[in-house]
Design a protein around this ligand. Structure first.
Ligand code: PLP
Length: 355
């Protein structure tokens, strides 16, 4: 820290992303990236012509991509916004709908970036405890009178909340925005996108980073009532009207035309998830019911920290959260079949000779 840093930033604890170790050949099961490449159409869209056009600013309105999303989701184009990752959109949403007096509530255990943004924006963040089994009890959210942020399925718990339960929250908070972060929705659970046509206080945020194999493109989207989307656009145009670059726009359009390809990839990941879960259970692991592309696991046979370290020593990265409530657990991304075979082999070796 320099002596010039503002006191507000000095006090803030930034988000720690999953390790991205360059050079070494790790099996990366720590950032919930897809093990599969983007669709052939996406790769073909990033040709020489697109590169040559980089001298020009991108379309600030992101018109073609928003239209492609709108067509695919059966909504109007003015009900869609795109951003530099869904992280940016979530940040825009908290900037738009919260301030120092009007904070938001979110689950106690969830995507830890929410509270980082709260600190950065000076917005109060109230955390609602989960049930003992890590499921979300909607009770405390009903009529809570503040903006609500819920990841569905939730992370790192991997558990999905029924759409009907989310609808209860939306209905019971008509004067507050309910933000549903659907980063993992393609791997399980029911999307709330259809509800955006019924409720003007619902914002559904999705990403191209997980099920669409485009984490490196930094592309996210939100669907909601046109007035809500317009509010987000106000923030976007006050921050960076060229927030999505030309290559990402081209890749995103091609990705929206590749539904079949991504469905096949998703099905493979879901099948690998089920196989990996069974094998880990046989090795004595407990886990939540995953509706995502990762497993949230623990075992009496080994601590979360030790499993993380031992796998890292064997060239496999998983995610460990060193907080008191999550210390026992690890989050393991579902990789390719080969990667999961290597993981299971390594776990067996690590546990060999233990009770
Ligand atoms: C990965 C993730 C995001 C961020 O996605 P980007 O679009 O890559 O910024 C947002 N929310 C949750 C819960 C995630 O797991």
């Amino acid at each position: 820290m320099s002596r010039f840093l503002s006191a507000r930033l000095e006090a803030l604890q930034p988000y720690t992303p999953g390790e991205q170790l360059g050079g070494q050949k790790f099996i990366k099961l720590n950032a919930n990236e897809s093990p599969y490449p983007p669709s052939p159409l996406v790769i073909a869209s990033l040709g020489e012509r697109e590169a040559a056009d980089l001298r020009l600013y991108p379309d600030s309105s992101c018109s073609a991509l928003r239209q492609a999303i709108a067509d695919s989701y059966g909504v109007e184009k003015d009900c869609v916004i795109v951003g530099n990752g869904s992280d940016e959109i979530l940040y825009f949403a908290l900037s738009a709908f919260c301030d120092s007096e009007h904070g938001f509530v979110c689950p106690q255990i969830t995507y830890s970036f929410y509270e980082v943004w709260a600190a950065l924006l000076g917005v109060p963040c109230v955390k609602v405890p989960l049930r003992q089994d890590f499921t979300i009890d909607v009770g405390p959210y009903l009529g809570c009178g503040s903006t609500i942020v819920i990841a569905n399925p939730n992370a790192p718990t991997a558990i999905a909340l029924e759409r009907g339960e989310i609808e209860r929250i939306i209905k019971d908070n008509p004067d507050n925005v309910v933000i549903i972060d659907e980063a993992y929705i393609d791997f399980g659970g029911e999307s709330c996108v259809p509800l955006t046509k019924v409720y003007d206080n619902l914002l559904v945020v999705q990403t191209f980073s997980k099920s669409r194999s485009l984490a490196g493109a930094r592309l996210g989207m939100a669907v909601g009532n046109a007035a809500l989307i317009n509010d987000l656009d106000r923030v976007r145009n006050s921050f960076n009207p060229y927030n999505v670059d030309r290559l990402a726009l081209a890749a995103g359009c091609a990705a929206m035309k590749s539904a079949d390809y991504y469905r096949v990839a998703r099905d493979k990941i879901v099948a690998t998830r089920s196989y990996t879960a069974d094998r880990l259970r046989a090795l004595g692991f407990e886990m939540t019911e995953s509706s995502t592309n990762f497993l949230f696991v623990r075992s009496d046979r080994i601590s979360g920290q030790e499993l993380y370290e031992q796998l890292k020593a064997r060239g496999i990265l998983i995610r460990h959260f060193p907080t008191p409530e999550l210390d026992d657990y690890n989050r393991i991304t579902i990789g390719s079949g080969t990667e999961m075979t290597a993981l299971l082999f390594a776990v067996e070796k690590i546990l060999e000779g233990r009770k």
